[in-house]
Design a protein around this ligand. Sequence first.
Ligand code: PAN
Ligand code: ZN
Length: 186
Amino acid sequence: MEISAPQFVTDWKTGVVTGTEVQGVERRVSDLGGVFADEGAFSQLRPDRLVYRTACVFPVPEGTEGGVFWGTTFIEPGTVGAEYFMTKGHFHAKADRMEAYFTFGGTGLLVLMDTARNCWAEEMTPGSTHLIPPYTAHRTVNTGDDVFSFGACWPSDAGHDYDSIAESGFSARALRVDGIPRLVPA
Ligand code: PAN
Ligand code: ZN
């Protein structure tokens, strides 16, 4: 019986994925209009400045029932006014689909919001593991001075609902207050 090499390798310190085809998105300042509260500070940033990127493995087509996707998100350190660099955030299009997040490097927050717009956050540090409940919007925030990287594994039929967040946002924002991350009502 044959023993094969692994399908691919994830570096557990950095989150870098090697050994297979990786696809991802880059989100630059110019892609993130309306995401951050301080529009004046936002307008001062270089439009091509990288805020975050993903490196994902998609072993089955998007929408496949019963499959999983795997990927790392890398969020650059930075702020827009007092607000830390963060992802757009989303509900899943199939809103009951859960997701696992696990931190590789850096420090951050996982901001969660239920359908009643109750918001809370969990600290993310290397090794921290987070099971995002069904019907819960999720966004990640880099609260440190280094690149913040975390892995995600989610159902291939989950999809992404960005529109709800673009319309109504989260009910809280992660801000640096006296040098400390705080979750503040939006
Ligand atoms: C993650 C996110 C990733 C980027 O893979 O897609 O961190 O965040 P946004 O999608 O909100 O821009 C995930 O939650 N997938 O479902
Ligand atoms: Zn998700």
